[in-house]
Design a protein around this ligand. Sequence first.
Ligand code: HSE
Length: 314
Amino acid sequence: MKVTVKVPATTANFGSGFDCFGMALPLFNIITIEETVLPGTGVEVNVVSDFQNNEDLAIEHIPKDENNIIYKAVEMLYNSIGQTPSELRITIKSSIPIAKGLGSSASIIVGGLLAANELLNKPADEAALLSIATEVEGHPDNVTPAIVGGFVITSLEEDGSIVYRNIDWPEDWVLNILIPDYELVTEISRSVLPAEVPMQHAVFNAGRTAMFVEALHSHDAELMKLALQDKLHQPYRSKLVPGVDEIFANLRHEEDVLGCTLSGAGPAILVISLKNKVERVKSIVTETWENYNVKTSFYSFKPELKGAEIIEVV
Ligand code: HSE
């Protein structure tokens, strides 16, 4: 049996919603898991990337065996029903840039889990898949939208369960994603964060996340500009993304630009704007990064409303 799953990219945090807000985006990884018939062949992971030329390094460092994160996810699902995966051929056809802040690892975890769940005749429901995916990833803000689609508020509860809610995204708020030509793995981007934060910074972010939800509900662009601000992670991470403070400053006073944040753990940047500002956003970011000898790739997205789906079973 061979199962193929399509999983969207994600952008997480939205500034103030560190580890809590996430959204699916219309870029996809295609993951196939095949039970191979030859005993003793073990687990084999193949990665084919659209970005083979300029991302050789990232591809090279992806483990092709049981050390791959996808295998860890699949193994946890098998173990949850008292089984162990044996002969599996896993193929990841990657169109989501790797180590850029677009949920590439979450998509792989989710794709592996969904495909394995189908191979095992669906022992896990959505809640179980969300819990396992979050346990492997460490936080729920990428895996939740990768599974359910759209914009989500998501929370990891003490018992390991995930609570989430979808909120509609305003039609005319465009998500501009700008990606620099270097990688930043999430482990490094998390390693610069402090274990504890000042109380006033926690209060600042609590206020901003509440504003964020209200801004979405009432379609309030002015409130959104405040709501994207953050003191919990971006101040510590900005040194890992040269030029980011300058980009934020250059965009701050642009009319119809609602705000900018790191996409997930970076190094990509998310800029929310109205449609008439897309080209302006692109040129401001591209030109600023050029001064740092950084090349920029650019996407302009609407949210992807569909989560991961099985596209073929043979
Ligand atoms: N919330 C996560 C972080 C997203 O900022 O580290 C990246 O995986």
